[in-house]
Design a protein around this ligand. Structure first.
Ligand code: M6R
Length: 607
């Protein structure tokens, strides 16, 4: 949700600012802007659209050595040039870029307007520029600190003022911000991925910290005015993880990293001889876990679908009733969570506003909450009582793939552990773990067969709408498959438990309507096959994902994509892969930018 960068040093700022913005575009890409400090004052350039649009407006070479820049995902006000950041104060001397949301901006705006400040945009951010102007007495750090005292909400900001050519002030609360340290130069950004090609020496700012940055050095303090020492960490091996390399899209690269994601999620956690699993970071003993009588899983979007897979797994293989609630619903409803429930919040980014709000409300009520996240230093990872780290590495593609698979893997391991702590025998446990060990190869093999989906893509590509059907374990995977198709191929897709189709949706079936059916060999395959027959009877098109050698399903389908036979507990992890490939191939066939789908942003840090 918006990306910010800043540079102060001895070389031209623009190469870093533009490259940094490009690397942060996954956070938002509907408008962009830059402010550079010239000898005549601040020069601000803004554009609606992607960073490439902004770059086209800038002079070929700029020499300024100080600047801040922003790529936006619109919340307050349309994605227009005037609403793009940086925002300026009345005098055009102070420039601000901001990631986050100022919740009390309307109140502050009215107050500032009454005091004579003139606003140009519809954004919440502009109040910051005017608040800083109000407090500015030649000490920018103090003016920013005082302005932030008035602000409610989340922010990472970088601020420059025209009459101080050797200073950037940056601060954060609730939104990420890191600093890079070079030789007589410093960088700030929302994410280390923007900085690592320029320096490997990184400073992580904590929530509630502010830093004054010059060419020669930096000083950090809390927003309560206490100086703090910040260690510089050398991240020699991180840079490659942010590179697209030879892949045409991050999404494809990240899909191909999934075999490794399964390995890493299991590494150090699986005790093969005892057929057990241990999670160091969960901070729960085996007897505490055994005493749990219910599981409650909270998340948004794909993370909530991972939770739904978890529900089937916990109920089927551990015998524990499980509730899954969308965080956006959970935060405003009456909450019935028993003391002996295991409460899990699931979030790739660890910054999703609805999930964070649900977590905070549960904590206010005195409950212990455990997190499943992919970002160690994220708000959710920090505020939970314990958790399981997915360890999938940075996910840049906006549509989640490997992080979702990582969520599924750790939920499978947790359900397995809960099952083993109850009725699952050691022999059954060993069988599941043996098959889990085969997953990386199975996933690799499926990924290598992308071209086989061409006939399925031909059926989907020009369809206005599609159904995705699954039963039990594969129903949430159908939901995820449909979400992926909507997100990147812009095709309306609805997922149903296969047996629900005859209760209404079947009315839509005609000769060209595509139905993606997940019907692998599991405890409900026969039932799903009956639904396939119903589709066939209406002459609609069937794209089936089934078990290798299932001649009956293959004969009923227009396209049959076989997967190897696998334990039902692991089926979601395998059936997911063709869902991702199908959406990817369809989006590519339609010529869309799969890494930056319209209207989306990687982490939704606003309500
Ligand atoms: O970072 P989170 O896991 O909390 O994000 C939750 C959803 O916003 C996210 O999964 C979203 O649905 C993705 N666009 C899915 O591709």
């Amino acid at each position: 949700m918006c990306g910010i960068v800043g540079y102060i040093g001895n070389r031209p700022a623009m190469p870093f600012l533009l490259e940094g913005l490009r690397r942060l575009e996954y956070r938002g890409y509907d408008s962009a802007g830059v402010a550079r400090l010239t000898s005549a004052g601040l020069a601000v350039t803004k554009a609606a659209g992607k960073v490439a649009e902004l770059a086209a407006l800038l002079p070929a070479e700029t020499q300024e050595t100080l600047g801040i820049a922003h790529t936006r995902w619109a919340t307050h006000g349309a994605p227009s040039e005037v609403n793009a950041h940086p925002h300026l104060d009345c005098g055009g001397k102070i420039a601000v870029v901001h990631n986050g949301i100022i919740e009390n901006f309307q109140h502050l705006k009215r107050r500032l307007e009454d005091e004579g400040h003139r606003f140009r945009s519809e954004t919440d951010t502009e109040v910051l520029a005017h608040l800083i102007e109000k407090h500015y007495r030649e000490n920018l750090g103090e003016a920013v600190r005082l302005a932030l005292q008035d602000v409610r909400g989340a922010y990472a900001v970088a601020v420059v003022v025209a009459d101080q050519p050797n200073l950037i002030v940056a601060a954060r609360r609730g939104s990420p911000l890191v600093m890079g340290v070079g030789l007589h130069e410093h960088f700030v950004a929302s994410d280390i991925g923007a900085i690592l090609p320029f320096t490997k020496d990184i400073v992580y700012l904590n929530d509630g910290e502010l830093v004054r940055i010059s060419r020669e050095g930096f000083r950090a303090m809390t927003l309560d005015n206490i100086w703090v020492e910040k260690p510089v960490e050398h991240l020699a091996h991180e840079a490659d993880k942010y590179e697209k390399g030879q892949w045409p899209h991050y999404m494809l690269k990240e899909m191909h990293e999934q075999p490794e994601v399964v390995r890493r999620a299991a590494m150090g956690r699986v005790l093969a001889d005892d057929a057990m699993v241990r999670f160091g970071g969960l901070n729960l003993t085996m007897s505490e876990l055994r005493a749990k009588r219910r599981v409650v899983i909270i998340g948004c979007g794909s993370a909530s679908y991972a939770g739904m897979v978890g529900k089937y797994l916990f109920e089927e293989f551990a015998g524990i009733p499980t509730d899954v609630v969308a965080a956006s619903e959970f935060r405003y409803k009456r909450i019935h969570v028993e003391d002996d429930a295991l409460v899990l919040v699931v979030s790739q980014s660890g910054e999703t506003a609805d999930t964070l709000a649900a977590l905070r409300e549960l904590k206010r009520k005195g409950l212990k909450v455990y997190g499943i996240s992919n970002v160690l230093a994220s708000s959710i990872a920090r505020e939970t009582d314990g958790g399981i780290f997915i360890n999938a590495g940075p996910e840049i593609g906006v549509a989640s793939t490997k992080a979702f698979l990582g969520q599924l893997t750790v939920l499978t391991l947790l359900a397995f552990l809960m099952g083993r702590l109850r009725e699952m025998s050691v022999a059954d446990g060993r069988d599941v773990l043996r098959q889990l060990g085969q997953l990386p190869t199975i996933i690799d093999d499926i990924l290598a067969r992308r071209a086989e989906l061409a006939p399925a893509v031909a059926l989907l590509k020009d369809a206005p709408s599609a159904f995705y059907l699954g039963r039990k374990m594969t129903y949430p995977i159908a939901l995820e498959g449909a979400l992926k198709l909507k997100e990147i191929a812009y095709i309306h897709a609805e997922a149903y438990p296969a047996g629900e189709m005859k209760h209404g949706p079947i009315a839509l079936l005609t000769g060209t309507f595509p139905c993606v059916v997940l019907a692998p060999k599991d405890s409900v395959r026969e039932k799903t096959l009956s639904n396939v027959q119903e589709i066939r009877a209406r002459s609609a098109k069937i794209i089936a994902i089934g078990t290798q050698g299932d001649a009956e399903l293959a004969a009923l389908s227009d396209v049959f994509f076989p997967i190897p036979e696998i334990h039902e507990m692991l089926l979601p992890l395998v059936t997911l892969i063709p869902m991702q490939m199908l959406a990817y191939e369809t989006a590519v066939a339609k010529g869309y930018d799969v890494d930056k789908p319209r209207n989306l942003a990687k982490s939704v840090t606003v309500e």
